[in-house]
Design a protein around this ligand. Structure first.
Ligand code: TXA
Ligand code: MG
Length: 333
C-alpha cells in the first residue's frame, strides 16, 4: 500500500480557486481560510461530502457542522428565517457570527447531527467568499483541526494537523480574528441564547435585537449532553500540555518554575527577556491576543513544555471570548 501524499497548499489565484470550486462540486473536501479560523469545507447539501469531513477530523457524528453561505438567498435555502435573524444578518454579515435556526429539509442530517436546527454563517474572508461564489454551494465547515485540538489560524497549522487526511488547503494567510465565531441560538427569537462567545459580543447582539442575549446551556463535558446543547463540549481547543490558568502571573512565580513550565503573560512583563517567559503581545490588547492565542498554545506545545501557565484577560467583550477558549484549553479530559 502506498501512503497518501500529504495535502497540497494552494495560493488564492483565480485558477486555483476555480480548481478548488470544482473539487467541492465533485464532493471533495477543501480546507479554507476564514476571518476566524481555518475551516474544513464540503458541499453542505451532500451527505457523503460531509461524512468525509467527520472522518478527516475524527469528529464524533453527534457534533453538528456550521453551514457557510455567500448570500441571504442561500440562508433562505438552508434555514427558516425570522426577523431577528435578518436584523443580525444585516448588521453583522459577512462576519464572525453564526446563527442557529430551524433547518430546511435539503440540509442532510449528517450536517446537523440529526438536530432539527442548523448553524449558518456568512464569512467575510475574501478568498472564502470567492470560493463560495464560484462553487455556488453552501459549504459545511468545522474548524480544520483534528477533533479536540487547538483550532488552526494558518495554512501550516492545517497541514500539520490534517495534512495526511486531506488533499487540498487554500492559503489565505494568518486569520484576522483568530477565535471561532460567536454562536447565537435564534430558534426562539424572543429568547436569544449565546452558545459560544466570540468577536461579536452578547452586548452588541442585544443592542441590535433590543432584547437581552443570555448565555445558553453550559456544557458538562459530556458528549451526550453536547448533542442536546451542541457547541458546549468542555474539553476543546486543547494542546497536549496542561494549561494552568492564573488571574495574574508574577515574575517571581515564573522564576521559581521548573524547565517543563512555560509562563505566558498577556503583555510583555518588565525586565529582560528570559527563558520560559512568553507574552502574547507587547501591549496586551484583546484583538492582538485573540489573533495569537491558538498559535501561541501550539508553539509552546511543540516546544515540549508540560505545563503552560497563562493569565486570564480582565474585561468584557472579546476578553470573555479569549477566557472561554483558555478555560476550554485548561479543562481536563
Ligand atoms: O468561526 C467558526 O465558527 C469556524 C469557521 C470555520 O467558520 N467554525 C467552527 O466550527 O468553529 P466548529 O465545528 O469547530 O464549531 C461549530 C460549533 C460546534 O460547537 C457545534 O456544536 C455548533 O457549532 N453547532 C453546529 N450546529 C449546531 C446546532 N444546530 N445547534 C447548536 N450548535 C450547533
Ligand atoms: Mg472546532
Amino acid at each position: 500500500m502506498t501512503a497518501k501524499p500529504s495535502a497540497r497548499i494552494y495560493q488564492g489565484t483565480l485558477r486555483n480557486l476555480r480548481f478548488l470550486a470544482r473539487k467541492l462540486q465533485q464532493g471533495e473536501i477543501v480546507a479554507v481560510p476564514s476571518e476566524t479560523v481555518y475551516g474544513l469545507a464540503g458541499n453542505a447539501l451532500n451527505a457523503r461530502a460531509c461524512r468525509k469531513i467527520f472522518t478527516a477530523k475524527g469528529r464524533p457524528s453527534t457534533d453538528p457542522l456550521i453551514v457557510h453561505i455567500h448570500s441571504l438567498r442561500q440562508l433562505q435555502d438552508v434555514a427558516v428565517i425570522n426577523p431577528a435573524a435578518l436584523l443580525l444578518a444585516k448588521k453583522f454579515w459577512p462576519g464572525p457570527l453564526t446563527l442557529i435556526l430551524p433547518k430546511r429539509e435539503v440540509v442532510p442530517d449528517t450536517v446537523t447531527a440529526g438536530l432539527p436546527s442548523v448553524a449558518v454563517r456568512m464569512p467575510s474572508d475574501p478568498l472564502f467568499r470567492r470560493l463560495l461564489k464560484l462553487c455556488g454551494l453552501p459549504l459545511a465547515a468545522p474548524s480544520a483541526n483534528p477533533f479536540g485540538y487547538v483550532s488552526p489560524t494558518t495554512a501550516a497549522h492545517v497541514h500539520h494537523g490534517l495534512g495526511l487526511q486531506i488533499d487540498h488547503i487554500l492559503d489565505g494567510g494568518p486569520t484576522k480574528i483568530g477565535l471561532e465565531s460567536t454562536i447565537v441560538d435564534l430558534r426562539q427569537p424572543a429568547h436569544p441564547r449565546l452558545l459560544r462567545p466570540g468577536a461579536i459580543s452578547a452586548r452588541e447582539l442585544s443592542r441590535t435585537l433590543g432584547v437581552a442575549v443570555r448565555p445558553g446551556l453550559k456544557g458538562t463535558g459530556d458528549s451526550k449532553q453536547a448533542q442536546i446543547a451542541p457547541g458546549s463540549l468542555q474539553r476543546h481547543y486543547s494542546p497536549h500540555a496542561r494549561v494552568v490558568l492564573h488571574r495574574r502571573l508574577s515574575l517571581r512565580q515564573a522564576a521559581k518554575g521548573d524547565p517543563a513550565d512555560a509562563w505566558l503573560f498577556l503583555q510583555r512583563p518588565p525586565g529582560p527577556a528570559r527563558r520560559h517567559l512568553y507574552w502574547f503581545d507587547v501591549a496586551g490588547t484583546a484583538p492582538a491576543i485573540a489573533r495569537k492565542l491558538f498559535a501561541m498554545l501550539r508553539q509552546l506545545d511543540h516546544a515540549g513544555y508540560q505545563r503552560i501557565h497563562v493569565e486570564l484577560m480582565p474585561g468584557t467583550g472579546l476578553a470573555e471570548a479569549i477566557n472561554d477558549r483558555l478555560r476550554r484549553a485548561a479543562a481536563k479530559g
